[in-house]
Each structure stands twice: as C-alpha cells, then as structure tokens.
Design a protein around this ligand. Structure first.
Ligand code: LLP
Length: 423
C-alpha cells in the first residue's frame, strides 16, 4: 500500500491532509485521490522503461476524472481510450491525440470519424468488419488511418472470469492464428496504414507468466509480419498488471520485473513499446471514505451499515472481492475486534462491501476508509436507489479540492423529463 495514505497521530491522512477534515468539509461518502501516489506510480513505470523507446497510454477507463487525467497529462501521459466519450475527456484534460490509442470491440462509425478527425496515434482493431469500416471512413475523409491489430493470444491470465480478455472465447481481438491473413488484408486496403500490433490479456494479473507467454507470441508475430513486408513500428502490450488489495494479499510481481521481461523480449526487435496501465497507476492512489450509520446484530450475524454502497463502489458486488478497510481514526488498540459484513443502504443483498470482515468494532458515526479504490471505483458509480452520485476529492500535499461535486437530488431528477403528453 502506498505511503501516501498513512496514519499520523492516529488519524489517517492523504499526504498532509487528514481524511477526517475532508469528511467534515464535504460529507461522506467521497473518493479521495493522492496526487503524489498517482505521480509516484506513473513515474515507477516510466523509470523502469526508461532505457527503451516507450509510450505510456494511461487507460482512461480506470479513473477518468478530469483532475486525475490532468495530473497524468502533466507528466506526459498519453491515453488508452475505448469510446468517443473517453476521447472527449482525455482531450479536455490536455492528453494529446497523437499519444492516444483507441481500443474496443464495438467502435461505431461516428466514433471512428471523430477519432480519425483528431489524428489519434492508432486504432487498435478487433475484427475484420471494423477494418473494412475504418478504411471506408478513411477514404471518405481523405486521410489514412493508423492501425494495429489486437491479437487474441488464447492465453488464460488466471484472473477473475469477468476481466479475462485474452482467451479464444473472449470477445476481444483477432485470433493469433489469423494474424498473418488479417495483416495482409489490412495492407491491401488503400487508406489504412499499418503501425503496429496490440494485445491486452486481462486485468489484475498477478503473475508474470501469462505476460511472458503472450509477449513471446507477439514477438514471433512481429518477426513474421515484418518478413511479409509489414512495417510494425510498435508493440502495444496493453495493461493488466495487478496490485495488492488486502494487507494479507501476496504482493504482485514488481513493475521492475515486468519491465525487464518485456524489454528482454522486445528490445532486440527495436520497436517502440506502448503500455496501457490503468489500475497500477490509479488503484492504490485512491480511497473511498464512508461513515458508519448503524451497527446491527442479528443472531450470530453482525452488520456494519455504512453510507457508501454498491452504487458508489461496484467492485465487491461485481467481482466478489473485498478491499482493505481501515478506521479513519485509529481506535484504542483494546477495542474489541468484530467480524461483520460491511454493507451499504442499497436494497440488494449484493450490496456488501466486505463479507466476514474483521475490524475493530466501530461505532455509529465513525469514519472508515476503503483502501485501493482509485481505479474502477468512481468510474463505475451511479445513482441507483436515487442516491447522490459520490463526490471525488484530489489532495496535493496539504491542500484538497473537490474534483467532482456530489450530484444534488434536483440534478438527478432533472436528467429525466416528462413525456410530451404529461406536462
Ligand atoms: N487496455 C485495455 C484494452 C483494457 O481493456 C484495459 C482494462 C486496460 C488497458 C487497463 O487494464 P489495467 O491496467 O487497469 O488492468 N472493472 C474491472 C477492471 C476492468 C478492466 C477493463 N479493461 C475491475 O474493477 O477489476
């Protein structure tokens, strides 16, 4: 866990700001991000790849708050996007289009026209139909479209079923067996310009082995494709490097070992390496702060009912995972440890942020911090049960600023309209 969130005089701080002070000022629940943690994680990657020609395209989907994107843009990050909306967000935060790659299996005509019009670095193509449509759009625009083919290496990265993307039965990419044929096809299209090759085998991957197998396959393909006359300038190896979510978790492989592996495989090919990390940069750079509403005992079962819920943090409900939970104010060490389900107010039993979780028995009104929620936290939040959209705060040293306001009830209701015949 990052030292950017640590206790000082028994009070959990984000950098030099007490989380309690933020809670007093903005209410709960809220996400709090640390600029130093974002910067540190970003720099750890670029440092470990510094001896290679590389480009870091931050995976915007992990955390697309403008303040987070702006922080990373300031460090030189490009963007990995999967929708026109994400391109709008990345551009608005100052991430340059010429450092943007566009992935995703369902890019629409409108999205491709928009991205081509902005001169993005590369389209990561995931099907033959997409290739045909992009060429058609490029012909109409009179502008060549830069492409890489996303290869599906048929590798099981050993991660959660819902975030595994590199197996033959996953919807992503084009089978490595069809790679040569599809590259020949792309080369025959007048307005496509082959730039590279791409992969992304899944997320929260804790072992290096799947990366190694996939990278070796990609390197072999690069040699073959170059031999067939294709100019493969870059290899985009996607994202996926995992992080530790619980103090008890085994530490994942380090970024240094990951980079050594990747460089060993690709450096002899003299190609540029594109990286698309999301979780590694944003994950441990954020916490979700919530307040205990009630403690409920029901026979042998105990519940800590908090004011954050599955609409604020969907990961536990979606992937059956639990994050480390820390008291914002460290209780007396003699406080009794209780084992409880930490649950939100949403009317679904799936609204459980942590199951059978042991923690010092909190009291109503206590603040808890759900750790490592900077990635795939706020981006997956919503207003289910007409709960106000969770707010987000960015800390920089001893300052904090609200970077997304909690939506008011009026604003939520105003998103709807009555039908013509009702007003
Ligand atoms: N590149 C592509 C094409 C992706 O689809 C993804 C993530 C990434 C890069 C970034 O992967 P990362 O470095 O963050 O692992 N909501 C899930 C994770 C979904 C990941 C989707 N794709 C979760 O909360 O675990």
């Amino acid at each position: 866990m990052t030292p950017c969130f640590r206790y000082r005089s028994n009070s959990l701080h984000a950098e030099d700001v007490a989380l309690k002070a933020i809670a007093d000022a903005v209410g709960t629940p809220f996400y709090c991000y640390s600029t130093a943690a974002l910067t540190g994680n970003y720099s750890a990657i670029t440092r470990s790849f510094s001896s290679s020609d590389h480009l870091l395209c931050y995976s915007v989907k992990a955390n697309s708050n403008q303040a987070v994107l702006k922080t990373l843009a300031g460090l030189g990050a490009g963007a990995d996007i999967v929708s026109q909306g994400e391109l709008h967000r990345a551009l608005a935060a100052g991430m340059p289009a010429e450092r943007t790659v566009f992935s995703g299996v369902g890019k629409t005509r409108e999205e491709m026209i928009f991205a081509l019009g902005h001169n993005i670095l590369c389209f990561n193509i995931e099907s033959k139909c997409e290739l045909v449509l992009l060429n058609e759009i490029a012909v109409a625009a009179g502008r060549r479209a830069p492409v890489a083919i996303r290869i599906n290496p048929d590798i099981d990265a050993g991660t959660h079923e819902k975030i595994s993307t590199g197996r033959a039965r996953d919807k992503f990419g084009i089978s490595w067996r069809d790679a040569q044929e599809i590259y020949a096809y792309a080369a025959s299209m007048p307005m496509l310009e082959i730039k590279g090759i791409d992969m992304h085998i899944g997320s929260q991957i804790l072992e290096l082995e799947p990366f190694e197998t996939a990278c070796r396959l990609m390197a072999k393909l690069v040699v073959k494709l170059r031999g067939q006359g294709h100019a493969i300038e870059h290899v985009d190896i996607g994202g996926g490097l995992g992080i530790a979510y619980r103090d008890s978790d085994r530490e994942p492989e380090t970024i240094e070992d990951y980079s050594a592996l990747v460089r060993r495989i690709f450096e002899p090919l003299k190609c540029r390496i594109i990286l698309e990390p999301g979780r590694f940069i944003a994950g441990n750079a954020g916490v979700l702060v919530t307040r205990v509403i009630y403690i409920k005992h029901s026979g042998v079962f105990h519940f800590v009912i908090v004011d954050a819920a599955m609409n604020d943090l969907a990961r536990p409900a979606l992937y059956d995972v639990s994050h480390e939970i820390r008291p914002v104010i460290e209780p007396d060490p003699r406080r009794r440890i209780m084992t409880a389900d930490v649950v939100g107010p949403v009317c679904e039993s799936g609204d459980c942020l942590a199951k059978n979780y042991s923690l010092p028995e909190p009291k109503s009104g206590d603040l808890l911090a759900i750790m490592c929620t900077g990635a795939y936290g706020a981006v997956l939040s919503g207003t289910y049960n007409t709960r106000r959209l969770v707010s987000e705060v960015l800390v920089h040293q001893d300052r904090f600023s609200v970077v997304r306001e909690r939506l008011s009830y009026e604003a939520i209701i105003d998103l709807d309209a009555l039908a013509d015949w009702q007003s």
